[in-house]
Structures are given as structure tokens and as C-alpha cells.
Design a protein. Structure first.
Length: 331
């Protein structure tokens, strides 16, 4: 009888951060700029993991990525949309923290380095929430709020919906994933992430450079795209509202604030995108049937209070239908 020798494979240390870059049909130079912004941080190779999810681009960017060698993990999938691409990235990632980055954007060195410093000093922080920029500013002074739970923060503050503005622990995510085949998937993901988070640090660091494109599905002006954006937003609001009845009171109150804000924005977008009284009335009646209209009488913000008062009466809605599309056009 021969003795069986067992070999234990070398165990790589867990990266501190997995950067999940979603890519689809962009100039490879943009993707390289995004990757280079990550490589510029003080993280050692063992502390970072760069995962590129190619969502079925017409031409693979691999020829332009050979220079990075083992610095990146490249995964190509059939074109399935942003939600499934991000979910694939989550399944591949091994880091303690996860960071989503769109391939045409990049992370700002000084500001994001501050976020890294914060989580290195206190790895009990589950979510680091930071800000966005569209300018090449060189911020050097940063203000961080006291650490609190996600529900505490949401109860008193509006949040940005974009998932790229959050650096968060993989274990905090649990089974939460992005809903496939919808637009504005972040608006469902981020409040759900926050209400299950006990340690959130919010900073004013403008750590993410965001570049908006005119041909994005979120800005497309054809009627089918408009309708899908509105329908998907309504469905997100309905699912979050359904969740409210199944969570503790403090979480529920926090989520109700977010739902009210999303509903206000949904009605605003209905007005400026369709300019139709019939469309607005039909969508309001569907909200009313779910107890989502009229908007709750809360002092969430001056803008919210004003919009709630105007949208509650037929005369007010007539004024909104007349003025809001003109205001948007002037901007």
C-alpha cells in the first residue's frame, strides 16, 4: 500500500480591495486610464485585485491589456447588461472590500487614497461613502462624518444612488445582488445595502471621476427608452415599498424616506420626459393604488416639501407640467 502524499497549495493573502470594472464597447484607452488610476494608489499588488468584466463587446480589448500581465483578471461574457456584469464581478472577487468602476470613468488619486487610509485604520467600517466630480480638481482636505449605521444616515440625509460611490465590505453584501434587465438598477441596490450596514463612514472626498455620455441608455430620448426608464423606476419603488413591511422599524423609516425621494423624482421625470397630463395621471393612479401617493407629509427637504404641495392638487400638477420641462430645457 502506497502512502498518499497531500500537497497544500500556496494560499495567497486576501486582497484589501477588489476593483470591479465593467466594460462594453469603449475605446481601450479609456479602460487603460481607469486601470492606471487604480495602479497609482499606494496599495501593493497583494492588496488589490482588478477585475474587468467585458459584457460581450464587439471587439475584445485584450490586445490593449497585454501590458498589464497578471495585474488584471479579465472575464468576457455574453452581452447581458450592467447588472449581470456586476454580479459576475462579485462572484469572481476575493477582496475584503468591493469597488465598482465603470470603464469610462476613473478614481481620483488623492481623494480615493483618503478612503483607503480610512478603511486601513478602521476595518470595522463596512461602507465608505464618497462623492463624485466631473472636474480635474486636486482636493487635499477631507471631512469625514462620525461613523453611524446606514439606516441612521438615510433617515436624516438624501443619498446618491450610484453604486460606484460606495466602497463596501464583501461580507456586508450578503446575498444582495443587482436586479437583471432593468435601468437605474443602482437605485434599488444602494438603499438595500445601507439598511443592512452597521458601520458607515461618509466623507466629502470627491474620489470618483464621472463622465456622462449622450448616447447612454439613461439619457436616450427615444420613446421606448423613456418608457423603460420610467417603468423600471416604478418597479424599483414598488419592490422597495414591499420590503418596508418586512424590516425593523428604524430601517423601515429610513427606507421610506428613500422611497419618497425616488417617487418624487419618478414623477418629475414623468413630467419632463413625457409632458403628458394623461401619462402623469395614469402613473399617479398606479402609485395611489400601492399607497405611494400622495407623497408622505415629511420635512425631508425644501425641494421635497415644495414638490409634494404642488403635486397634490390638479392645479399644482398643471403648473408643474407647464414649467418643469421649460426649466430643464434652460439648464
Amino acid at each position: 500500500m502506497h502512502n498518499q502524499q497531500v500537497y497544500t497549495p500556496f494560499q495567497k493573502p486576501q486582497p484589501l480591495i477588489s476593483f470591479i470594472i465593467t466594460y462594453y464597447d469603449l475605446p481601450v484607452q479609456m479602460l487603460c486610464k481607469c486601470i492606471n488610476s487604480i495602479l497609482a494608489f499606494s496599495l501593493s499588488p497583494s492588496e488589490r485585485e482588478i477585475i474587468i468584466i467585458d459584457d460581450g463587446s464587439e471587439v475584445s480589448p485584450m490586445n490593449g491589456l497585454m501590458q498589464y500581465g497578471d495585474e488584471i483578471i479579465y472575464v468576457r461574457q455574453k452581452n447581458s447588461g450592467l447588472s449581470i456584469a456586476r454580479n459576475k464581478g462579485i462572484s469572481v472577487a476575493t477582496g475584503r472590500y468591493l469597488q465598482f468602476v465603470d470603464a469610462d470613468d476613473y478614481l481620483v488619486q488623492n481623494a480615493y487614497e483618503h478612503c483607503i487610509d480610512v478603511i486601513k485604520k478602521n476595518q470595522d467600517i463596512e461602507v465608505m461613502m464618497f462623492d463624485f466630480t466631473t472636474s480635474n480638481s486636486n482636493q487635499t482636505v477631507f471631512n469625514d462624518r462620525p461613523v453611524c449605521s446606514g439606516s441612521e444616515y438615510m433617515l436624516k440625509n438624501n443619498i446618491h444612488g450610484t453604486a460606484c460611490g460606495y466602497l463596501f465590505q464583501r461580507r456586508t453584501l450578503g446575498e444582495l445582488r443587482f436586479t437583471p434587465d432593468i435601468v437605474h438598477e443602482d437605485e434599488e441596490f444602494t438603499p438595500r445595502l445601507l439598511i443592512q450596514t452597521e458601520q458607515v463612514c461618509v466623507t466629502d472626498a470627491k474620489a470618483y471621476y464621472y463622465q456622462k455620455h449622450a448616447n447612454s441608455i439613461t439619457t436616450s430620448s427615444d420613446e421606448m427608452s423613456k418608457t423603460k426608464r420610467l417603468d423600471d423606476t416604478r418597479d424599483i419603488i414598488s419592490r422597495l415599498n414591499y420590503l418596508c413591511d418586512r424590516i425593523p422599524l428604524n430601517d423601515r423609516l429610513a427606507l421610506q424616506r428613500r422611497i419618497a425621494q425616488l417617487t418624487m423624482d419618478y414623477l418629475y421625470q414623468t413630467i419632463v420626459q413625457t409632458r403628458s397630463r394623461r401619462e402623469l395621471d395614469e402613473r399617479i393612479e398606479k402609485l395611489r393604488a400601492e399607497g405611494l401617493f400622495p407623497l408622505p407629509d415629511r420635512n425631508y427637504s425644501q425641494k421635497y416639501k415644495w414638490f409634494r404641495q404642488m403635486s397634490n392638487s390638479r392645479i399644482g400638477r398643471t403648473v408643474l407640467l407647464t414649467t418643469l420641462p421649460l426649466l430643464k430645457k434652460e439648464r
